[in-house]
Design a protein around this ligand. Sequence first.
Ligand SMILES: [Zn+2]
Length: 126
Amino acid sequence: MHVEKRCMKCQALMELKLRRVVYMNHMEIDHVPIYSCSQCENNQLVEYVKEDLKKLLHEIGQMHTFEGCISFACHSPFSDLLLRLSQQSYASIDDLLDLYLLALSLKDRMWVAEIERELAERVNCK
Ligand SMILES: [Zn+2]
């Protein structure tokens, strides 16, 4: 599944990816969904997960001794969904429907159209 946006800096396509980010030089947070530009170094956090990430960083800030890596998927339903989709070559209809509702709520028309196309293909195959 490809979800793409245009880069604000260079207008190239940006791709949705799950990235590992380093926080405070010693904490790693895995599976953070970001848009990554294929041409320049522009990375953009997916707006939808900002609140979840803020909450997680706040929790981490209170764990003074914690070091290592945690998965953002345990703290964000959206990240969890993307992670599951990325791990299977074929998304289940349930996952697609979840994603569809999410895309609708984000009012992301390109994404909605893409999922509709994928759902239609599934229906035609059966
Ligand atoms: Zn760019």
